[in-house]
Design a binder for this molecule. Structure first.
Ligand code: NAD
Length: 385
């Protein structure tokens, strides 16, 4: 099949195996050129196939020479449909890890389930003995727990929220009107995206005796500037992230051998962030300013810097006054935010290309699904299975 991008709003329903491979290869190439990370040896990455989880896995495998076991929820190809990007990314990652003599195994299934936790423990016992690092990088729309399915939503809390928005279908600036959530929606979003499942993983691993005497775990959050607060920090997803932060403290105090952290990362184009209203416009304005200043980072630069400088550096974990690790530090620099907000106020459909890096936004978007790589032949007929 000749695989072309099929974009529907904020998602692309096709993915290109060779392009995804190129995407992974470029991230590996970047990491291999960086100084080694002196840290984790046996790593479990929950949500390992795209975005921040994939970049975490690549950084720890190729810079720390860690053995990695990954958990993902991706679709394999069929005779008529290509696989999801995360599936192809993982095939490529495993192939390249093995070429370098690095252990890499992946379980494809629902990380929220007891069954996948049990399978993971079996593999750790058989292949690794223990894990000393757990990355929790799930972004999921729903979670089934004890037979009940909870859905997360991205809504404001309190008042309906109106702000500028990038219409991803027409590349125009529109007004987004985001309804506010009721109490049940807030609770459900916390159930899916909060820390409950993270802690259940640590409990299950601890009970099975597969945690190393000195284990580190990290999950990811976002805070962002004022303009995104109503939809993110103070909205349903922000409440889930507050729960995640509270859970990190609980894990650290409940388990003697575990130190749990939350790292606040930069806003970047990923499958999860494309779905959030207002955020794609903010990201394209941010990209423009950070690229102009020469401080733009993608997922791989962020995750390498996280592990090399802020978690496993000579100073150990570097946190702010609230105990959070901050790799959103460059994004939130005053000069960056002043420039972004000036452009936020003046951005219109007409000047979008001048004040925002809209091409950069879309380039990252297509690359996430394996498209737009200049060294991949997209006319090639590719067997799907
Ligand atoms: P993503 O969509 O790229 O990755 C999500 C990962 O979760 C994938 O590997 C997917 O396979 C996996 N997954 C989803 N449901 C699963 C399930 N039920 N079982 C097993 N695996 C499952 O998302 P991302 O943007 O990399 O987000 C990862 C984390 O980083 C999230 O907590 C997100 O809130 C946080 N974060 C993202 C940004 C951003 O701008 N993208 C910024 C800061 C923090």
């Amino acid at each position: 099949m000749i695989i072309q991008p099929k974009v529907k709003g904020f998602i692309c329903t096709t993915a290109h195996p060779k392009g995804c491979r190129e995407n992974v290869k470029r991230q590996i190439t970047y990491v291999k050129k960086q100084p080694a990370i002196k840290g984790a040896k046996n790593v479990l990455v929950i949500g390992c196939s795209t975005g921040y989880g994939l970049a975490s896995r690549i950084s720890l495998a190729f810079a720390a020479k860690a053995k990695t076991l990954g958990i993902m929820f991706e679709k394999a190809p069929t005779e008529r449909r290509c696989a999801t990007a995360g599936y192809y990314n993982t095939l490529a990652f495993e192939e390249m890890a093995k070429e370098d003599g690095l252990y890499a195994k992946t379980i494809n299934g629902d990380a929220f389930s007891d069954e996948i936790k049990a399978q993971t423990i079996d593999i750790i016992k058989k292949d690794l003995g223990t894990v000393d690092m757990i990355v929790y990088s799930i972004a999921a729309p729903r979670r089934t727990k004890d037979g009940v399915t909870y859905s997360s939503c991205i809504k404001a809390i309190g008042d309906e929220f109106k702000n500028k928005n990038l219409d991803l279908v027409h590349n125009t600036i529109t007004d987004a009107s985001i309804p506010y959530a009721n109490e049940e929606e807030v609770a459900n979003t916390i159930k899916v995206m909060g820390g409950e499942d993270w802690k259940e993983w640590i409990e299950a691993l601890d009970k099975a005796g597969v945690l190393a005497p000195d284990t580190t775990t990290v999950a990811y959050s976002y805070i962002g500037p004022e303009v995104t607060h109503a939809i993110y920090k103070n909205g349903t997803i922000g409440m889930a992230k507050n729960h995640l932060v509270a859970t990190s403290k609980e894990i650290t105090s409940d388990f003697q051998n575990v130190n749990a952290f939350v790292s606040v990362n930069k806003a970047l184009v990923t499958q999860a962030s494309s779905a959030i209203p207002v955020v794609p416009l903010y990201i394209s304005l941010l990209y423009k300013v950070m690229k102009d200043k020469g401080i733009h980072e993608g997922c791989i630069e962020q995750m390498y810097r996280l592990f090399h400088d802020k978690m496993f550096g000579t100073a150990g974990a570097v946190t702010d006054d609230s105990g959070l690790i901050r790799v959103d530090d460059w994004e939130l620099r005053e000069d960056v935010q002043t420039a972004v907000m000036e452009n936020w106020d003046k951005v219109t459909t007409k000047n979008l290309k001048d004040v925002a890096d809209i091409d950069g936004y879309w380039d990252d978007f297509y690359k996430m699904f394996g498209f737009h790589f200049d060294n991949v032949n997209y006319d090639e007929d590719i067997p799907l299975v």
